[in-house]
Unconditional design. Structure first.
Length: 69
């Protein structure tokens, strides 16, 4: 499954995606890397990371081409 990366897990949990991601974040300390074939993303619920990304260091966290279309 290395080419599909996170896709099988996302599909298996598509009906409860929010709860599934919340559980992963809780188990992983609040931040995780998420991989799908065309992109990778960092998902976080850690308040310190959110403040850093949205306020104190915003210019260093571009969203990338996928979100600029």
């Amino acid at each position: 499954w290395p080419l599909l990366k996170s896709v099988p897990s996302v599909l298996a949990n598509s009906r409860r995606l929010h709860d599934w991601l919340s559980g992963l974040l809780a188990a992983g300390g609040g931040t995780l890397m998420f991989y799908v074939p065309a992109m990778q993303a960092v998902v976080t619920s850690d308040p310190r990371n959110i403040e850093l990304i949205l306020e104190s260091n915003f210019k260093n966290f571009p969203k990338g081409k996928e979100f600029s279309k």
